[in-house]
Design a protein around this ligand. Structure first.
Ligand SMILES: Cc1cc2nc3c(=O)[nH]c(=O)nc-3n(C[C@H](O)[C@H](O)[C@H](O)COP(=O)(O)OP(=O)(O)OC[C@H]3O[C@@H](n4cnc5c(N)ncnc54)[C@H](O)[C@@H]3O)c2cc1C
Length: 125
């Protein structure tokens, strides 16, 4: 079984680790469009406020350590730009502009969310 996971922070990385704990046989590829995975969003206010002084403490895992520990193919700087559910493929664009497709048996989307921004005067100021 080949799993593709889109998004490499709380949801994506948790799902990837969980799938691996359930089976050693699965092929798991995790795509993250940014440079980092599994970082502590919740710690950001503490870093900005100076309670956490070392930025590196926000990184729960590096792509290399996570990939090695759970036998997961972690692909950072890789954005999934489209999904073809009939062919069961995704298109991936890398930071250096390369594009390729990857097949899946199961696809898990964990790309986060954007807040609703109410149309209030001055909200952009
Ligand atoms: C400042 C702050 C404080 C918080 N404090 C708390 C707290 O105290 N307690 C708590 O429970 N929660 C807290 N949260 C919320 C918590 O961090 C989020 O609920 C959690 O990070 C959501 O995880 P996620 O994986 O769903 O999404 P995200 O963390 O948003 O991760 C999604 C990832 O997907 C990647 N991605 C998106 N689209 C694509 C694509 N097409 N291809 C490849 N990659 C893609 C993004 O680059 C991103 O890295 C806080 C959040 C913030 C910002």
């Amino acid at each position: 079984m080949k799993y593709l996971i889109v998004g490499g922070v709380a949801g994506g990385a948790t799902a990837a680790a969980r799938i691996r704990r359930n089976t050693e046989k699965a092929e798991i590829i995790m795509f993250e469009k940014g440079q980092y995975i599994s970082y502590a969003n919740c710690g950001l206010p503490y870093y900005i406020g100076g309670v956490i002084d070392d930025r590196n403490k926000l990184f729960v895992q590096t792509p290399e350590a996570f990939g090695k520990r759970f036998n997961i193919d972690v692909r950072t700087n890789s954005e999934v730009v489209s999904v073809d559910v009939r062919k069961k493929t995704v298109a991936v664009r890398t930071k250096d502009g390369r594009e390729y497709t990857e097949k899946y048996d199961k696809l898990l989307l964990s790309p986060g969310a954007s807040p609703v921004v109410p149309p209030l005067q001055g909200i952009d100021s």
